[in-house]
Structures are given as structure tokens and as C-alpha cells.
Design a protein around this ligand. Sequence first.
Ligand code: NAD
Ligand code: UDX
Length: 466
Amino acid sequence: MNISKICCIGAGYVGGPTMAVIAQKCPQIQVKVVDINQARIDAWNSEDLSALPVYEPGLDAIVGEARGRNLFFSSEVDLAIEEADMVFISVNTPTKTYGEGKGQAADLKWIEKCARQIASASKSNKIVVEKSTLPVRTAEAVKDILDNTGNGYKFQILSNPEFLAEGTAVEDLLDPDRVLIGGDTSTEEGLEAIQALVDVYAHWVPSERILSTNVWSSELSKLTANAFLAQRVSSINSLSELCESTEADIYEVSRAIGKDSRIGPKFLQPSVGFGGSCFQKDILNLVYICRSYGLFEVADYWEQVIKINDHQKGRFAKKIIKSLYNTVSGKKITFLGWAFKKDTNDTRESAAIYVADLLLNEGANIYVYDPKVSEDQMYNDIDYLNTRTKVENRRLLQSEFDPYAACKGAHAIAVLTEWDEFRELDWQKIYDQMQKPCQIFDGRNLLDKQKLEKIGFRVYAIGKSS
Ligand code: NAD
Ligand code: UDX
């Protein structure tokens, strides 16, 4: 089956970059990305490529090349579904905030809405592709809705989870470790649908990196790949605390562990805690699924990854408070970074939000400098926790456009995101303008500790005894 028109529902961090790369690599396929959020669509269509709603290195050039040629962003969802041979569902699947499974299960209301809309807008047979990360066996529900609420057309459901990481989305999409396609391997139509999607990726991905499986393995592999990655970060972070008590150095330990070819060096970078829209949500979802199958020990095992992460964020905040003589009330504390990692404007579940919340509870005045995150976004993030009033949040937390202004007069600086530019700051100038003793809490172990200590700073780095 030859695919000539693709529709993607959801123009977010996954839908936007993924479809931009498909469009760039497959100029003969028309790709329409649709969203109910008109402001987001307008931003994707913005003439100024620096105003795209998702910041990713290299994305502006790809959108610039394909947009208007075979890549389109629109809010006309029904029309795009009707025209397409293949419809990707790439909507958000956050943790439920209400009802059964609150705080753990994935909220699938947007997925169900998409399935119903695809069924009602379709005027021909279609392949429906789950791109969102979903609990294992969601395809069963999607198929049930499509088969029972549609206009008699046939649907094949594929699972094609996305493995890109933010900040490196474009390179991950252009050169993926693997592309995973789950489908109905027991029928001719299922195999044809799988092949149709394999053919799309085969335009640029070598065939040995395109894996096909049954739908359930594909759905489950995505959740568990994220759980494995997060587990590595929690493992190294748990050891960082032990290093601080024993004079072992977390970098020396991490290097020694990672040199074992069976373990490997990646994802052993100690930090203030992992953030992002995926790790916590997907592990919580995995925990919920395990409990719902009565697998309580398995659920407890994975839940511990989250507990260590919460502990890591909490102990970082406590370290700041303790080092500032157990009181931060009325003191200026500067945050360098608010995004959950460098090279993205995404702040979902960023450790910075939780560390800020704990310090604000103690009455600290926080000034934040982040090169890509707006003040509005910071307020949305902190208000969302509902810990104090919006007025109080605006009184205690502000953003600054200039890192030197953010640091001027501060009692302490905390590095929350590993933006490269923080290394290049004039640290002598910052020292001269700060309250003494000057303290830096490096939640990313980004800065040159020795150099800073030579200037006169007291430096706390994760996993290093000072
Ligand atoms: P996002 O919130 O950035 O984007 C989702 C978009 O879907 C939003 O713009 C929203 O308006 C739109 N939407 C919701 N319901 C809709 C509907 N009925 N019709 C049209 N548009 C609708 O989310 P994201 O980060 O792109 O994540 C999407 C999915 O991909 C999630 O399941 C996530 O777990 C998964 N995922 C995310 C990443 C990542 O790094 N962000 C990586 C891999 C997988
Ligand atoms: C993750 C997965 O990596 C990706 O494959 C999946 O598709 C989506 O979820 P993402 O959340 O975008 O990607 O970024 P990632 O690079 O995994 O980082 C997640 C968090 O872990 C960040 O806060 C990062 O700073 C932190 N991290 C990562 C560490 O603290 N130490 C590490 O060694 C690696």
C-alpha cells in the first residue's frame, strides 16, 4: 500500500518535529499536522522560524525547508483526517489528576476523543498509528471505538512509539537507534499496514533498525524503555548521596561503572533529579498497570525509581537551606535554568519547579534566568502546584533576562539546567556582585568547581564531598 497523505493529530513536542522530519525525508508524501490549539498552530505557521512553539536545535531549518511544500500545520482536524491514508495520534497522555487511578494512570481522554473523531470524519479505510505513549492494550480500546462508531470503513491499528529525547529531537529522528512498529501480525491486512509504515521510514532509516512486533509488545516496550532509562538516573543519583558521605567521587564511580561494556557510559550523569514529561508519567503508569494486574512487588520495584527522584530534588533544596544557616527567608537565591534539560524550552516536571517550591515555602526570593523559558511559563509551573496563592508566587519569584542581573546581590546561586552558556559566564564579575560568602549549588555538576573555588566561591556539587 502506498501512502500519499499523512495526518498527525497533535502538534506538540513529538507531533511537530516527527512530522517535520517525515515531510523532509519523503517529499512525495503530503503531511498535515493538526491541533485544536489554534495558538500553537499559528506559532508553527509563523514566518519567523525562531518563534516556533517547540525549541529544538536544527528544527527551524527542517520546518523552513518542508513547510508549504509538503508539510502543513492546520486546525481543520476533520478535513485532514478525511484526506489521509494514515493518521498518527500524537496527543498528550498525562497522568490522571482525578478519579480512579488519580496520580498514576495515564489520562486517555484525548486518545479516545481522537479515535471517535477519526471514526466520524473518515470516508475511506485508514491506518491509524499510535504515536503517543500508551498503556499496554490501549490499541484494543482504540479499535473498539473505531469499529463501532465509524461509517463502516476498515481500520488497521499500529503502535509506533516515539523514542526521541527533547533537546536532541532532530538528530534522534534523523538517526534513530531503532524505529518500532507494532501491528496485527496475524492477518494479511495487518502485515500490509505494518509494511506501509516501514516503507515511510525506509526513506531514511536502515532496514535493520526498523523492528516490527505485535501491538502489545510495542506499546509495552515504550513504557519500559523509559522506566529503564529513568532507573539508571535514579541509581546514579542514589549513589551520589552515598558518595557525599564517604568521600568517594560520583564521577569516578560513574566512570568506573560505565566502562563496563555490559553497563555502558550513557545515562549515568548525576543530577538534581530527572524531569521531563515522560519519565515520571510513564513509570507511574507502569506501576498502575502492574498493580491492576495484581503484581504488587513489580509495582513497588518501579515505584522506588520515582521515590529516589523525589528524594534527590528534596535533598538538594535542603542542602541549600542548611548551607545558608538554616534560613533562606527574605534571601535572594538565583536559579540558573528552569527547563528540565538543556536545549529545550520544555519545563514539564522540571526539577527546578520542585526545588523552587520547597525554597518558596521557606520564604526565599527566587530570581530565575533561563535562555528559553518565559516568565509566564515559570508562573504557570509554580501556580500549578497550588502550594500558595498566585499573588504570593509573583511576590517571591521573578525571572530575569540577564544572568548577571539575576545573580547580582544573591546569597546563593543554584544551577538547575545544564545550559552550555552558564559555563562561559564571567564568574569573577558574578562573585564581585554577590553577598558573601558566595555559595553555588551545582545541581548539574556543570561548572568548574576548582576554578570557582579559586575565585572564592563555596561550591556544592552533586556526589562530591566538599
Ligand atoms: P504535547 O502536549 O506537547 O502535544 C500534544 C498536542 O496534542 C497538544 O498541542 C494538544 O493541543 C493536542 N491535542 C490534544 N487533544 C487533541 C485533539 N483531540 N485533537 C487535536 N489535537 C489535540 O505532548 P508531547 O510532548 O508531544 O507528547 C505527545 C505524546 O508523545 C505523549 O503520549 C508522550 O508521552 C509521547 N512522547 C513524548 C516525548 C517527549 O519527549 N515529549 C517523547 C516520546 C513520546
Ligand atoms: C526521554 C527518553 O530519553 C526518550 O527516549 C523518550 O522518548 C522520552 O523521554 P526526555 O525526557 O526528552 O527523553 O529527555 P532525557 O534525555 O531522557 O532526560 C530526562 C531527564 O533525565 C532530564 O531531566 C535529564 O536532565 C535527566 N538525566 C538524563 C539525568 O539527570 N542524568 C542522565 O544521565 C540522563
